[in-house]
Write a protein that binds this ligand. Structure first.
Ligand code: ZN
Ligand code: FE
Length: 243
């Protein structure tokens, strides 16, 4: 699957799936960078996939409807203007011939969903899981976000994590303050290098995340590792919020 990023705002990524001269996009928070790419690369816009209702993921939707030939897929949320097909757990959609299964991932928002293509090990997870971090809790409970992330954690380790923001560096700063690990140090150095030349740090993979992302609960700070899983998750989220 050919996927490229369209940067938006200061740290959002709009993901584009491409076949020949046609793309579908995930979470177009802004229409302008998408329209620019369509013109510049002479591409056509087929479908739009939406992970959750936040403006930085949906803001370009209505304008882009004028350019697209396909369908807007998104969560079951009446408050998002422009969704054609509202999706729930385990539903299957097809875009550009690729099948995606819907995984409900409430927590960051209650309506949050992720799109999973098993054949190519691709996961578009919006603001649920980031590289070395996870989304803030705006609407859901710690339990919900913990469960959503554990659901993602059951996917195969080679699953590529296409998340909604370039937060890797600031996330790793938190992680390395909590956990001593050579792998994390190495990732941190690599990430500094990439970001210093404005290079993208995504997609990550689940196997990498299991070694650098404490929110998956596979690596943990020593002082909380005996807590019950969800309490551990809650403590980590609170520490990160205050970091
Ligand atoms: Zn969000
Ligand atoms: Fe966001």
């Amino acid at each position: 699957m050919n996927i490229f990023d369209i940067p938006a705002f200061t740290d959002n990524y709009i993901w584009a799936i491409q076949i020949d001269n046609t793309i579908s996009v995930v979470d177009p928070g802004d229409s302008k960078p998408v329209i620019d790419i369509l013109k510049e690369k002479r591409l056509e816009l087929k479908d739009i996939l939406i992970t959750h209702h936040h403006y930085d993921h949906t803001g370009g939707l209505l304008e882009l409807k004028k350019y697209m030939s396909g369908t807007v897929y998104g969560p079951k949320n009446q408050n998002i203007d422009g969704i054609d097909v509202m999706l729930v757990e385990d539903e299957l959609i097809k875009t550009l011939g690729y099948e995606f299964r819907i995984i409900e991932t409430p927590g960051h928002t209650l309506d949050h969903i992720a799109f999973y293509n098993e054949e190519n090990d691709v996961l578009f997870c919006g603001d649920t899981l980031f590289s070395a971090g996870c989304g803030r809790l705006f609407e859901g409970t710690y339990d919900q976000l913990h469960d959503s992330i554990q659901k993602i954690n059951t996917l195969p380790e080679q699953t590529k994590i296409y998340c909604g923001h370039e937060y890797t560096l600031s996330n790793l700063e938190f992680v390395k303050s909590e956990i001593k690990s050579d792998f994390i140090k190495k990732k941190y150095t690599e990430t500094i290098e990439k970001r210093s030349i404005n290079q993208i740090t995504l997609p990550s993979t689940l196997s990498i995340e299991r070694k650098i992302n404490p929110f998956l609960l596979e690596i943990l700070p020593d002082d909380i590792k005996d807590l019950k899983a969800v309490n551990c998750f809650k403590e980590l989220r609170i520490r990160k919020d205050n970091f």
